[in-house]
Design a protein around this ligand. Structure first.
Ligand code: ARG
Length: 469
């Protein structure tokens, strides 16, 4: 590979090679180029160049006719790229030089005026902010789709009983709708994080030039506005150096990925025959090449697994930026692959999770039977003893514990234990106790704000129906 590129390597770089006599070492063509990945910012780069050229003409820094030629050339390049006819060259390092070089081929001399009052340092980070602004919007939209899928399940299953767990031990019955809406809440906060990130990063670095600003009478408000930024960045050194916006995006991705991994993990668990709470559709399961009976929840496992990768992207970029002196350093070229990887990963995860949930079928009876199994209404029994027999909760807890033990010995559910058995332990108990021992009574009683009572879940559904319109 090195040998093949040698011929060109002997030549100087035509974009910046003015003071160079010798060509670069062969290995430089391997380590330097970013074109293989930063070509994803072509559209943003063209948009930035258009805005810059127009502003330069408006400020009479370059002739109007040259700006028009530049715009026309950029339009042509945009088409070439869209039609897959643009040839990218590693020799030209990155998307900025590739486009500028093609512009020269297309329009000749005026192309050389585009880079007035600009540097690749402010150019690259302008492109990157534009790209990330859209990525934040895409993540928000993906999260909203996922919320909708969860909402749809919650609407069907607002009263479907399932075991609620703490310590992964059956704790108290809850409804599946309540469980789904817990994730809707989580993903709403994730949406907020991407929304905040998109807003905070929406400031324009363009015109900061290499690091110090420029002596040309540019108008940064004009370029900022043309590109949809809220304002130009106040400090040129900050503008070209800062990557905290990318870290913020990766942090939002990481938190989102950890949230979604919990749901993915639950789906893996719920769909295993030992649980059998849900059935994934054929579309979202895969078979085994050796075990014909298998229905593997691959999508859920992959979503769970990809969390590590997204956190890795965050850690990688944080490590690049750490301790890096102002202003720009080529280290920062490492930012894009991490961000692109995280963006691709979270976007595919969100889409797969939404699809999987839309298709998912709940086995109400299995869930209910599992909820029945672990004496999950023992707390209700204790609460009844407190409110009816006026015992202190600690004592009631003790009595209820003894009754559970007795039921266990007789291999009966609490609601099936004869009254006499309970009275043998606590003579004050009457058959009114049976009103609270069923699963339905238990969830119905949890009417506190935010609780799992179906009426409360319905209130949450009303709230989310409005929000997710
Ligand atoms: N390709 C570089 C990046 O991705 C942009 C060029 C920065 N400027 C420079 N003089 N190397 O960050």
């Amino acid at each position: 590979m090195l040998c093949g590129t040698r011929a060109y390597l002997m030549a100087q770089n035509k974009m910046w090679g003015g003071r160079f006599e010798g060509g670069p070492a062969a290995i430089m063509e391997v380590i330097t180029p970013s074109i293989d990945f930063d070509k994803r910012m072509a559209a943003q780069d063209i948009a930035g160049s258009r805005a810059h050229a127009r502003m330069l003409a408006m400020q009479q820094i370059i002739p109007q006719a040259d700006a028009e030629a530049i715009i026309r050339g950029l339009d042509m390049i945009e088409k070439e790229i869209e039609q897959g006819k643009f040839t990218y060259s590693r020799q030209l390092e990155d998307i900025h030089l590739n486009i500028e070089s093609r512009l020269k081929e297309l329009i000749g001399e005026p192309a050389g005026r585009l880079h007035t009052a600009r540097s690749r340092n402010d150019q690259v980070v302008t492109d990157f902010r534009l790209w990330l602004r859209e990525a934040c919007a895409r993540a928000e939209a993906g999260l909203e789709e996922l919320q909708r899928a969860l909402f749809a399940q919650a609407e069907i299953h607002y009263a479907t009983i399932m075991p609620g767990y703490t310590h992964m031990q059956p704790a108290q019955p809850v409804t599946f709708g309540h469980h789904c809406l817990a994730y809707v809440e989580m993903f709403y906060r994730d949406r907020g994080r991407f929304g905040d990130c998109g807003k905070r990063l929406n400031e324009c670095p363009l015109g900061s030039a290499a690091l110090a600003g420029t002596p040309y009478p540019i108008d940064r408000d004009v370029t900022a506005k043309a590109l949809g930024f809220a304002r130009p960045m106040r400090n040129s050194l900050d503008a070209v150096s800062a990557r905290d916006f990318a870290l913020e995006y990766l942090a939002a991705c990481t938190i989102m990925a950890t949230n979604i991994s919990r749901l993915a993990g639950e789906i893996v668990q719920w769909s295993t025959p030992a649980f059998g709470f849900v059935r994934l559709s054929d579309a979202f399961t895969t078979g085994s090449s050796i075990m014909p009976q298998k229905r593997n929840p691959d999508a859920a496992e992959l979503i769970r697994g990809k969390t590590g990768r997204v956190l890795g992207d965050f850690v990688a970029l944080a490590t690049v930026v750490k301790g890096l002196a102002l202003a720009y350093g080529t280290d920062l070229q490492e930012d894009k692959e991490r961000v692109f990887d995280a963006a691709d990963t979270v976007e595919v995860s969100l889409a797969a999770m939404a699809g999987m949930l839309a298709d998912l079928k709940v086995n109400d009876a299995t869930m209910r039977a599992a909820a029945e199994a672990g004496y999950p209404t023992a707390t209700d029994l204790a609460d009844w003893i407190v409110s009816t027999l006026r015992k202190p909760f600690r004592e009631a807890h003790h009595i209820a514990g003894a009754i559970v033990k007795r039921a266990e010995d007789l291999n009966l559910p609490l609601a099936g234990l004869p009254l006499a058995e309970m009275q043998a332990i606590e003579p004050g108990i009457t058959d009114a106790v049976f009103d609270v021992l069923s699963l339905d009574a238990s969830v119905k009683a949890r009417m506190s704000f935010g609780g799992t009572a179906p009426d409360r879940v319905r209130e949450q559904l009303f709230f989310w129906r409005e929000k997710l319109k």
